[in-house]
Design a protein around this ligand. Structure first.
Ligand code: SF4
Length: 250
Protein backbone atom coordinates (compact mmCIF):
# COMPACT_ATOMS: atom_id res chain seq x y z
CA UNK A 1 0.00 0.00 0.00
CA UNK A 2 1.37 3.41 -0.97
CA UNK A 3 1.10 6.78 0.73
CA UNK A 4 -1.36 7.78 -2.01
CA UNK A 5 -3.60 4.80 -1.15
CA UNK A 6 -3.37 5.67 2.53
CA UNK A 7 -3.79 9.43 2.55
CA UNK A 8 -5.16 10.91 -0.72
CA UNK A 9 -8.71 12.18 -0.21
CA UNK A 10 -10.70 15.01 -1.71
CA UNK A 11 -11.78 17.11 1.27
CA UNK A 12 -14.27 19.97 1.28
CA UNK A 13 -12.61 23.25 0.38
CA UNK A 14 -9.70 21.68 -1.49
CA UNK A 15 -10.24 23.71 -4.68
CA UNK A 16 -10.38 26.94 -2.67
CA UNK A 17 -7.19 26.09 -0.77
CA UNK A 18 -5.42 25.28 -4.04
CA UNK A 19 -6.61 28.52 -5.69
CA UNK A 20 -5.50 30.53 -2.65
CA UNK A 21 -2.05 28.88 -2.72
CA UNK A 22 -1.62 29.77 -6.39
CA UNK A 23 -2.70 33.33 -5.80
CA UNK A 24 -0.22 33.71 -2.91
CA UNK A 25 2.60 32.32 -5.08
CA UNK A 26 1.71 34.57 -8.02
CA UNK A 27 1.52 37.71 -5.88
CA UNK A 28 4.84 36.98 -4.16
CA UNK A 29 6.56 36.17 -7.47
CA UNK A 30 5.38 39.50 -8.86
CA UNK A 31 6.28 41.58 -5.81
CA UNK A 32 9.70 39.96 -5.35
CA UNK A 33 10.63 39.43 -9.00
CA UNK A 34 14.11 37.92 -9.27
CA UNK A 35 14.56 37.88 -5.48
CA UNK A 36 12.33 35.01 -4.37
CA UNK A 37 13.38 31.41 -3.78
CA UNK A 38 11.50 28.26 -2.88
CA UNK A 39 13.59 26.40 -0.30
CA UNK A 40 12.51 22.84 -0.92
CA UNK A 41 13.10 20.07 1.60
CA UNK A 42 11.98 17.61 -1.10
CA UNK A 43 9.22 16.36 1.23
CA UNK A 44 5.71 15.62 -0.08
CA UNK A 45 4.44 19.18 0.52
CA UNK A 46 7.44 20.62 -1.26
CA UNK A 47 6.99 18.36 -4.28
CA UNK A 48 3.47 19.79 -4.54
CA UNK A 49 4.87 23.32 -4.51
CA UNK A 50 7.52 22.44 -7.11
CA UNK A 51 4.76 20.99 -9.29
CA UNK A 52 2.67 24.17 -8.97
CA UNK A 53 5.64 26.46 -9.67
CA UNK A 54 6.62 24.41 -12.73
CA UNK A 55 3.18 23.83 -14.25
CA UNK A 56 2.12 27.45 -13.78
CA UNK A 57 5.53 28.74 -14.91
CA UNK A 58 5.92 30.93 -11.86
CA UNK A 59 9.20 32.88 -11.82
CA UNK A 60 10.39 31.53 -8.48
CA UNK A 61 13.89 30.04 -8.12
CA UNK A 62 14.10 26.57 -6.56
CA UNK A 63 16.87 25.58 -4.17
CA UNK A 64 17.57 22.82 -1.68
CA UNK A 65 20.07 21.88 1.02
CA UNK A 66 22.20 18.77 0.68
CA UNK A 67 23.34 18.30 4.27
CA UNK A 68 25.59 15.37 3.37
CA UNK A 69 23.36 13.13 5.54
CA UNK A 70 20.30 12.70 3.33
CA UNK A 71 18.87 9.35 2.26
CA UNK A 72 19.74 8.25 -1.28
CA UNK A 73 15.99 8.29 -2.02
CA UNK A 74 15.82 11.99 -1.10
CA UNK A 75 18.87 12.95 -3.18
CA UNK A 76 17.44 11.09 -6.18
CA UNK A 77 14.54 13.57 -6.24
CA UNK A 78 16.82 16.42 -7.37
CA UNK A 79 17.62 15.02 -10.85
CA UNK A 80 14.06 13.68 -11.02
CA UNK A 81 12.64 17.19 -10.52
CA UNK A 82 14.99 18.54 -13.14
CA UNK A 83 14.11 15.83 -15.65
CA UNK A 84 10.35 15.86 -15.03
CA UNK A 85 9.79 19.63 -15.07
CA UNK A 86 12.93 21.04 -16.70
CA UNK A 87 13.55 22.98 -13.49
CA UNK A 88 16.95 24.10 -12.37
CA UNK A 89 17.46 23.20 -8.70
CA UNK A 90 20.22 25.10 -6.90
CA UNK A 91 21.94 22.87 -4.32
CA UNK A 92 23.61 24.34 -1.25
CA UNK A 93 26.01 22.22 0.81
CA UNK A 94 27.73 22.81 4.15
CA UNK A 95 31.32 24.03 4.24
CA UNK A 96 33.48 20.88 4.04
CA UNK A 97 35.97 22.28 6.58
CA UNK A 98 33.25 22.87 9.18
CA UNK A 99 31.87 19.35 8.78
CA UNK A 100 35.31 17.76 9.02
CA UNK A 101 36.17 19.75 12.12
CA UNK A 102 32.85 18.93 13.81
CA UNK A 103 32.97 15.21 13.05
CA UNK A 104 36.61 14.96 14.11
CA UNK A 105 35.83 16.69 17.39
CA UNK A 106 32.43 15.18 18.25
CA UNK A 107 32.06 11.99 16.17
CA UNK A 108 29.55 10.85 13.53
CA UNK A 109 26.77 10.34 16.10
CA UNK A 110 27.19 13.65 17.94
CA UNK A 111 23.55 14.60 17.35
CA UNK A 112 22.21 11.95 19.72
CA UNK A 113 24.52 12.91 22.59
CA UNK A 114 22.96 16.27 23.44
CA UNK A 115 20.51 18.85 22.11
CA UNK A 116 23.36 21.37 21.90
CA UNK A 117 25.39 19.05 19.67
CA UNK A 118 22.34 18.25 17.55
CA UNK A 119 21.65 21.96 17.09
CA UNK A 120 25.30 22.54 16.26
CA UNK A 121 25.12 19.85 13.57
CA UNK A 122 21.93 21.46 12.16
CA UNK A 123 23.66 24.82 12.41
CA UNK A 124 26.56 23.91 10.19
CA UNK A 125 24.78 21.49 7.86
CA UNK A 126 21.53 23.47 7.43
CA UNK A 127 21.54 27.01 8.80
CA UNK A 128 24.82 28.18 7.32
CA UNK A 129 24.03 26.90 3.78
CA UNK A 130 20.48 28.27 4.15
CA UNK A 131 21.93 31.70 4.92
CA UNK A 132 23.89 31.50 1.66
CA UNK A 133 20.75 30.40 -0.20
CA UNK A 134 18.81 33.41 1.12
CA UNK A 135 21.58 35.93 0.65
CA UNK A 136 20.40 38.68 -1.71
CA UNK A 137 16.82 37.43 -1.66
CA UNK A 138 13.85 39.32 -0.26
CA UNK A 139 11.40 36.43 0.00
CA UNK A 140 11.35 32.67 0.41
CA UNK A 141 8.69 30.01 0.12
CA UNK A 142 8.28 27.01 2.42
CA UNK A 143 6.00 23.96 2.48
CA UNK A 144 5.16 24.30 6.19
CA UNK A 145 1.63 23.41 7.28
CA UNK A 146 -0.23 24.15 10.52
CA UNK A 147 -1.21 20.52 10.90
CA UNK A 148 2.43 19.35 11.08
CA UNK A 149 2.88 20.06 14.79
CA UNK A 150 1.49 22.01 17.72
CA UNK A 151 4.32 24.50 17.34
CA UNK A 152 3.12 25.24 13.80
CA UNK A 153 -0.58 25.41 14.74
CA UNK A 154 -0.78 29.20 14.28
CA UNK A 155 1.44 29.38 11.21
CA UNK A 156 0.54 32.46 9.10
CA UNK A 157 0.57 32.53 5.31
CA UNK A 158 2.83 35.57 5.41
CA UNK A 159 5.62 35.67 7.96
CA UNK A 160 8.94 37.50 8.35
CA UNK A 161 12.29 35.93 9.13
CA UNK A 162 14.84 37.58 11.41
CA UNK A 163 16.35 39.46 8.46
CA UNK A 164 12.95 40.93 7.56
CA UNK A 165 12.46 38.82 4.43
CA UNK A 166 9.00 37.63 3.51
CA UNK A 167 8.58 34.00 4.47
CA UNK A 168 5.61 32.69 2.51
CA UNK A 169 3.83 29.55 3.72
CA UNK A 170 1.29 29.00 0.94
CA UNK A 171 0.29 25.52 2.16
CA UNK A 172 -0.30 26.66 5.75
CA UNK A 173 -3.95 25.52 5.75
CA UNK A 174 -3.50 22.37 3.65
CA UNK A 175 -4.41 19.03 5.16
CA UNK A 176 -2.25 15.93 4.74
CA UNK A 177 -5.02 14.45 2.58
CA UNK A 178 -4.85 17.55 0.30
CA UNK A 179 -1.14 17.04 -0.28
CA UNK A 180 -1.65 13.45 -1.40
CA UNK A 181 -4.77 14.32 -3.37
CA UNK A 182 -2.68 16.75 -5.42
CA UNK A 183 0.20 14.29 -5.80
CA UNK A 184 -2.20 11.61 -7.04
CA UNK A 185 -4.10 13.95 -9.37
CA UNK A 186 -0.95 15.24 -11.11
CA UNK A 187 1.30 12.20 -10.82
CA UNK A 188 3.81 14.29 -8.85
CA UNK A 189 7.05 12.42 -8.08
CA UNK A 190 7.61 11.85 -4.36
CA UNK A 191 10.06 10.25 -1.97
CA UNK A 192 9.41 6.47 -1.74
CA UNK A 193 10.25 6.71 1.97
CA UNK A 194 6.77 8.22 2.41
CA UNK A 195 5.45 4.78 1.45
CA UNK A 196 7.42 3.41 4.41
CA UNK A 197 5.63 5.44 7.09
CA UNK A 198 7.99 8.41 7.10
CA UNK A 199 5.68 11.42 6.71
CA UNK A 200 8.40 13.91 7.72
CA UNK A 201 11.82 13.16 6.24
CA UNK A 202 15.06 14.84 7.25
CA UNK A 203 18.62 13.56 7.48
CA UNK A 204 18.98 9.76 7.58
CA UNK A 205 20.36 9.46 11.14
CA UNK A 206 17.63 11.74 12.49
CA UNK A 207 14.54 10.22 10.80
CA UNK A 208 12.63 7.04 11.57
CA UNK A 209 9.29 5.59 10.52
CA UNK A 210 6.31 6.35 12.77
CA UNK A 211 3.75 3.94 14.15
CA UNK A 212 -0.03 4.23 13.72
CA UNK A 213 -1.34 7.04 15.94
CA UNK A 214 2.02 8.74 16.46
CA UNK A 215 2.23 12.48 15.71
CA UNK A 216 3.35 13.63 12.26
CA UNK A 217 6.86 14.63 13.34
CA UNK A 218 7.40 11.85 15.89
CA UNK A 219 10.04 10.29 13.63
CA UNK A 220 12.27 13.38 13.67
CA UNK A 221 14.88 13.58 16.49
CA UNK A 222 12.69 11.06 18.31
CA UNK A 223 15.09 10.82 21.25
CA UNK A 224 14.39 14.48 22.18
CA UNK A 225 11.45 16.13 23.95
CA UNK A 226 8.77 17.46 21.57
CA UNK A 227 9.42 21.12 22.33
CA UNK A 228 13.05 20.83 21.15
CA UNK A 229 12.13 19.44 17.73
CA UNK A 230 12.98 22.19 15.27
CA UNK A 231 16.25 22.38 13.39
CA UNK A 232 16.36 26.17 13.46
CA UNK A 233 15.31 26.68 9.84
CA UNK A 234 11.84 27.67 10.96
CA UNK A 235 12.30 29.08 14.44
CA UNK A 236 12.63 32.80 14.88
CA UNK A 237 15.96 32.76 16.65
CA UNK A 238 18.69 30.17 16.48
CA UNK A 239 20.15 29.33 19.83
CA UNK A 240 23.48 30.88 18.84
CA UNK A 241 24.92 30.25 22.26
CA UNK A 242 24.40 26.52 21.89
CA UNK A 243 25.99 26.55 18.47
CA UNK A 244 28.99 28.73 19.14
CA UNK A 245 29.79 27.36 22.59
CA UNK A 246 30.97 24.08 21.15
CA UNK A 247 32.86 25.61 18.27
CA UNK A 248 30.67 24.20 15.53
CA UNK A 249 31.55 26.92 13.07
CA UNK A 250 34.98 26.82 11.52
S1 SF4 B 1 19.01 16.65 11.06
FE1 SF4 B 1 20.57 15.42 12.15
S2 SF4 B 1 22.23 14.94 10.69
FE2 SF4 B 1 20.88 16.56 9.80
S3 SF4 B 1 21.90 18.43 10.27
FE3 SF4 B 1 20.42 18.12 11.93
S4 SF4 B 1 21.47 16.89 13.53
FE4 SF4 B 1 22.75 16.87 11.68
Amino acid sequence: MTAIDLYARRLDGFDQRLAHTLSLLRDAAREHAGRIVFATSLGAEDMVLADLIARHRLPIAIATLDTGMLHAETLALIPLLQARYGLEVEVFRPAAESVLHFVREHGEQAMVRSIALRKACCGLRKLEPLARMLDGRSAWVTGLRREQSEARGELPFHDRDDAGRLKLNPLADWRWADVWQHIAAHDVPYNPLHDRFMPSIGCAPCTRAIAVGEPFRAGRWWWERDDAKECGLHVKRLDEAAVSSIGAHA
